[in-house]
Design a protein around this ligand. Structure first.
Ligand code: NZQ
Ligand code: ZN
Length: 395
């Protein structure tokens, strides 16, 4: 087991009616004026935003609002948010929504608390020294941003999607009522479930040995999400299934399933982020579209791990040859994606990649030739290109 740090400072308030406590939770943070940040309107339509305002009114906390965050959240809105937050002298940001809203809130928090251009952090030119405190009311189980240290933003100029991670941006609290996720379209529920599983799979596929405990938690988490995702495809109002998936979403990305793994692989995420930046695809769907091609490309470097995954997670009967077992596990996962109506290649998302677009994706993903990704196999720009090509429309 590798050395590790595990830091999860976020207070979780989980369950039916949890959002009623939002005002009180904000008051506990000692804030005077809150920026309420939200997305394209689902929280308005559901009446959640009104309830949050009432909850803040009840404890005498004033607020300003900024909506309009889109999936694959944009830098231009972050700049607007920074200007608004400074002008209104807010001292706390409340993100009401999913990963995109939370990530946008974190970026605004960095922008207000640090001098200079916030994009510098996402380009890794500087590190942040602080972030305005963030609170979350979660409406979709997916990104895990409510407990993670990261924020992923898309810069419209050049359509670059970049992440920045630091403990400063970890949410002070996250309000999680599974009922709030019942209004999600099926596609977003499925995409969220894929993302949740992938946050653990990225950590599971590593080069470390001997992690009984973490492997056990990871395998159980993925199986739990698979079981409940299937239930939700037919019963979107099933509270127990919503609750299992929602809690798994947070545990999957708060570091728990990475303890002792040495960090994990993360290549599928990096490959997907460029698809999100260039084609605006739903993040989980994009992951499903590239994962199989990535897995086939690297499995010979870690046949034991892939075979273990196949047997313990996908229920594959072990073959004499590890690689054969591994291959069956990958196929079983793709069958599962199909069962959720998720893509298993980029073509399934209605995107026909041209040769120069695959080159461009690989160029951007390698930060213009300056980095490799992955740990199972280190992938350079040419490897990335090959995986995109493989994922383009494999049948
Ligand atoms: O904008 P509204 O109208 O709210 O609609 C959203 C959006 O269209 C809708 N939605 C959310 N809750 C709903 C709802 N619709 C009906 N009822 C509800 N209760 O769902 C759509 C997707 O929302 P979004 O916030 O984009 O989803 P998600 O949580 O999947 O976030 C995706 C973003 O998070 C990033 C992704 O790259 C992507 O940009 N990630 C962030 C991570 C992190 N910060 O730790 C880690 C992840 O790996 C990921 O990269
Ligand atoms: Zn993700």
């Amino acid at each position: 087991m590798e050395n590790f740090q595990y830091y999860t400072p976020t207070k979780i308030i989980f369950g039916r009616g949890a959002e009623e406590q939002t005002g009180q939770l904000a008051a506990e943070q000692g804030c005077k004026k809150v920026l309420v940040h939200y997305g394209g309107g689902s929280v308005v339509r559901s009446g959640l935003l009104e309830r949050i305002y009432r909850s803040l009114d009840a404890v005498g906390i004033s607020y300003v609002s900024q909506g309009g965050v889109v999936p694959n959240p944009r830098l231009s809105l972050v700049y607007e948010g920074i200007r608004l937050a400074r002008k209104e002298q807010v001292d706390f940001i409340l993100a009401v929504g999913g990963g995109s809203v939370i990530d946008s809130a974190k970026a605004i928090g960095y922008g207000v608390a640090n001098e200079g251009d916030v994009w510098d952090f996402y380009e890794k030119r500087r590190t942040a020294k602080a972030c305005l405190p963030i609170g979350v009311v979660l409406t979709i189980a997916a990104a895990g941003s409510e407990m993670s240290d990261s924020s992923v933003i898309t810069k419209e100029e050049g359509w670059l999607k970049r992440g920045y991670s630091s403990n400063y941006a970890r949410a002070r609290f996250a309000v999680m009522n599974p009922e709030l996720t019942m209004t999600l379209p099926k596609y977003q529920t499925a995409s969220g479930c894929v993302d949740i599983m992938m946050h653990t799979m990225e950590r599971y596929f590593n080069r470390s040995e001997n992690m009984e405990m973490t492997d056990g938690i990871s395998e159980h988490l993925i199986r739990t999400v698979m079981k409940n995702a299937k239930i939700l495809m037919n019963e979107p109002d099933n509270y127990q299934a919503r609750a299992e998936v929602m809690w798994a979403g947070s545990l999957s990305h708060n570091g728990l399933t990475g303890c002792g793994t040495g960090g994990g692989d993360w290549a599928s995420h990096q490959l997907e982020h460029e698809l999100g930046g260039m084609f605006d695809v739903a993040h989980g769907a994009g992951l499903a579209a590239v994962w199989g091609s990535w897995a086939r490309y690297v499995m010979d470097a870690a046949p034991e791990r892939f075979a273990k995954f196949a047997v313990n997670v996908m229920g594959v009967k072990p073959e004499a040859e590890k690689l054969k077992t591994a291959q069956k596990g990958i196929e079983a996962m793709e069958d599962f994606y199909r069962a959720l109506d998720m893509p298993v290649c980029i073509g399934d998302m209605g995107i026909e990649l041209a040769e120069e677009q695959m080159r461009e994706l690989a160029e951007k993903c390698s930060h213009f030739g300056k980095r490799t990704i992955g740990c199972i196999k280190k992938l350079d720009q040419e490897d990335m290109y090959r995986i995109y090509k493989e994922a383009r429309g494999r049948k």
